[in-house]
Design a protein around this ligand. Sequence first.
Ligand code: SF4
Length: 363
Amino acid sequence: MNREKLKNHTVESLRDLFKSWGYPAFRGTQVFQWIWRQRADSIADMKNLPQKMRDDLEARSEIPSLKMVECNLAADGTRKLLIGLPDGENVESVLIPDNERRTLCVSTQVGCAMGCTFCRTATMGLKRHLEPWEIVDQILLAEKLLTSVGDSREISGGPSQRSKVARRLTNLVFMGMGEPLHNIEGTIAALKILTSSDGLDFPPRRITVSSVGLINEARRLLDETGVRLAFSLNAPDDERRSKIMPVNDRFSIGEIMEFVATLPLKRKERVTFEYVVLAGLNDRDGDDMKLVNWLRPIGERLKINLIPFNSFDESEFKRPKLERVQELQESLRRHGIDAFIRRPRGDDILAACGQLALDRQKN
Ligand code: SF4
């Protein structure tokens, strides 16, 4: 008999499940709180449940957890985690300390179907969607790591310093392996678990979900979760975007801009555009003005992150010169677009998305 994975349920669906098993709904809430608030990894730990009920739950359900396969620390304090799934597949998470922030970049799929030509994960193709618990458990693993080793600043301060620093992550970005909105059911369920006040109680405004531009699913995501949204733009015109991102043939730059223009954003809320700068491909003379023409009409609704490409061996693309990226940033800013440069992190630990998992797969 397949045992029910209790971690795959939102608090609402766990209440429904318990009712269907003949228990009062509040038992579902209690179990949800044990798993996500108390981080219980066995049913035996759930002391406020009657023994008979615990025996029954042991027989028909399970609380799975992810395993850390490898953890690489970069000189800049970034940690890349290779995570083992129950079926033997691997995904990656990246833990990025930055001043007071501790951000985790999480994966939502094993591989990816979107086929972006600059992306290492794309070369794997899509193997499968992650289940909701496999997304949320990446956060638990990273917080366990923070508890045991602290972040890079704590290590230099020694154990006494370590105990003073918060163990919790401050920000989450869904920008690891996979397209989160292609796995819309898993992503939404994971976000509901993460943001539930009975669960991890993570503030939705501190979670950003990044998409290549699946705007139908993006609408649903925002309606159901209230998290922040990012779109990867990566080219100043449709011709070049279609070449490096096949999804552009389904959702063009104009359609994405129109979508952002009509979003009911709250005060101070903005959509992020990501722009991976590929030397000679999307940083040519005149590309700044093409971008300005797209972005200026909705300038107050967005910010754009310019990300120098993190090259890898088989890639046909090269990292741009920093001065070139700075010129692009300055030009965008002169035209009223809030543009930032995201410095590449963890260069020395194969931090390009998908690199570790793919190397492991080849081995
Ligand atoms: S960049 Fe993101 S969406 Fe595109 S192939 Fe890579 S993982 Fe998938």
